[in-house]
Design a protein around this ligand. Sequence first.
Ligand code: ACO
Length: 330
Amino acid sequence: MPNARIAGMGMYVPDNVVTNDDMTKLVDTTDEWIRERSGIHERRFINEECGASDLALEATKIALEKANMSADEIDFIIFATLSPDYNFPGSGVLLQDKLGLGKIGALDVRNQCSGFIYGLSVANAYIRAGIYKNILLVGAEVHSTGVDFSEEGRHIAVLFGDGAGAAIISATDEERGVLSTHLHANGAKSMELCLINPGSRKIPRYYDGIWDDGTLYPQMNGREVFKHAVTLFPKVIKEALETNGFTTEDINLLVPHQANMRITEAVAQRLKLRPDQYFSNIHKYGNTTAASIPIALYEAIEEGRVKDGDLVILAAFGSGFTWASAAIRW
Ligand code: ACO
């Protein structure tokens, strides 16, 4: 049975840097409020019309180059996003077309912040089953055009940024790659972090008042998210370690979903991790949801923080609630 390894990674963020001071022109906030609560200094916003698939294309080009591979070697696409170009079809088929990949399958994953790890678990299963050899897995988001910059939405608007990350997951006979994935969800908490409309529950779907009741923008119970994140992140990381007979001492690098620096620090503290054992770049990009793990992993590799043979742990928590982890022998 082959193993599934990450053969190359790429990332792309728009050029437009929006600092916290720039944010004060869009929303009633301060640099101090944002930094203290989230660790974010700046994020990227698109400044021309484009969708998640456009950002994903740029990240994919770099991932292919790093994997030393051409696009026509990809035999399946998995696209994780909560901000698809259109309600339907999914962004996966748009990316497939942009890459000129004719008839290969494209699967969209709707697991928000956990989307990249959910996608990785699918890629791992397909590769281990011998169905595909080179899977393109992307996480890409355009948040900036979909958040509420009014007082009701400002606690959310300041946290998110646009960007994309891509990974080529390839079959290998070597003793390396994905060791395990663990996926969890608790739909009872679905309304704690959600974007309700336009949704299929309403008749008519576009009802009078839809513009005024806030349901066209993301809604978040920040304290509930924080409380669950700081307990479920450590739990799912320990699950990954225990399944493979490791302890926290064995972690070379934890790359968590970049939700909020306070969450990452609380998780690291609970697991008693040294600063060199975890990675954060939220100060530069804010929270890019499904794109945050591949963007962070790409930068960690580029900074020389991931070496052959290292134990890399990926972990995520987010809307759903969903949470997940992956253990990778690099
Ligand atoms: N700028 C300035 N003031 C603000 C802002 C803002 N952007 N947003 C809210 N405030 C004000 C509120 O109006 C309130 O004012 P008041 O005390 O006069 O009523 C005050 O700040 C506190 O508001 P809260 O919403 O209670 O803010 P809290 O201290 O809980 O912090 C936050 C909000 C940062 C979202 C916090 O709950 C948190 O860290 N939650 C974790 C959620 C998270 O990080 N989610 C990331 C996305 S989800 C994911 O990826 C898992």
